[in-house]
Design a protein around this ligand. Structure first.
Ligand code: BDR
Ligand code: CA
Length: 313
């Protein structure tokens, strides 16, 4: 097997973030060199604690978890307890973590690692608002050409929005950070709602996680049982979208996804469409292509991969 790809996961757990982290920790193709928490689904004090809980659930108590930005660059924090519950990780009864956060600020960790390691050796996986990554780019712009790739869950084109009629949650929460990241000249792979709305955790798929019988499988079934109740009603279907694990699945099995290289700009001016990801899918401008925007996923293969990997934990 080729050497494991080295990743840093930037995240705001969140049940779907949790599943993404578990998938990464269970995948030998990936070496997780750190997890950085950001405010998003719930405030930072909870996302950082949830990140620790997930590492303990996976039995990876030596994982380094860093705490990052407490709020977006410009706008007040918007959270999503209506989806994720009061703790952000409602569903399973996970113990209070014994693990401790690292003392270093997540943004400093990102800068230090990217400047200290070989250029092109670290991939960033962004599962929440892009605040930490934008702050790192502002603090030390020389990290930009050293990042191998940013694979991120965020934005939408055909599906438009989930938190406002025109914006996806992660981008809407910190549109200014997203604008910094999309303009930094870093190779970006974007997993928008157009993909994640095809990755539905149906009751049969959730039952398959539970049937794994291990702690991680049962906890994931309980997490999704909770976070889906809102989505099932919203989208009137059997199963809510499983967003963030698409990022990790892409790194493990890229052939499950397909998309197109496009220009993406982020709306930061209009209150009505704040955080809209404006994708030039049809190439109607001569703006520089700055992201591979995914559109399709093979959902069966995606859920098979997830169940197999969670079964390893
Ligand atoms: C994104 O927003 C959050 O609620 C999820 O964790 C995911 O990262 C989906 O819009
Ligand atoms: Ca997330």
């Amino acid at each position: 097997m080729a050497a494991a790809r080295r990743i840093i996961i930037d995240t705001d757990p969140g049940q779907d973030d949790a599943v993404a982290i578990l998938l990464a920790l269970a995948s030998l193709e990936l070496e997780v060199i750190g997890i950085t928490a950001v405010a998003g689904n719930v405030p930072l004090s909870l996302t950082e604690k949830n990140a620790l809980k997930i590492c303990e659930l996976a039995g990876k108590t030596d994982m380094k978890v860093y705490s990052g930005a407490v709020r977006p660059l410009v706008r007040p924090l918007v959270t999503a307890e209506h989806v994720h519950g009061r703790t952000g990780l409602d569903g399973p009864d996970l113990p209070e973590p014994k693990m401790k956060l690292q003392g270093q600020y997540a943004v400093d960790f990102l800068v230090e690692k990217l400047m200290g390691e070989e250029p092109g050796s670290i991939t960033l996986c962004a599962l929440g608002p892009l605040t930490n990554i934008a702050l790192a780019l502002i603090r030390e712009p020389r990290i930009a050409p050293r990042i191998r790739e940013i694979v991120m869950m965020g934005g939408a084109y055909f599906e438009v929005g989930n938190i406002t009629p025109t914006a996806e949650f992660n981008i809407h929460v910190d549109p200014h950070a997203a604008a910094v990241v999309f303009r930094a000249g870093i190779p970006i792979v974007m997993m928008p709602l157009d993909v994640t709305h095809k990755a539905l955790a149906t009751s049969q798929r959730v039952a398959a996680f539970r049937a794994l019988g291990n702690k991680a499988g049962i906890a994931v079934a309980e997490m999704l049982g909770f976070s889906e109740r809102f989505d099932k009603e919203k989208y009137a279907g059997d199963g809510g979208p499983l967003h963030d694990p698409c990022v990790i699945a892409y790194l493990v099995q890229p052939e499950l996804f397909s998309g197109r290289n496009c220009n993406v700009e982020i709306e930061t001016g209009s209150e009505l469409t704040m955080g809209m990801s404006v994708v030039d899918w049809w190439g109607v401008t001569d703006r520089k292509k700055n992201a591979i925007v995914m559109r399709e996923v093979d959902p069966e293969a995606f859920f098979t991969l997830l169940a197999r990997r969670l079964g390893r934990l």
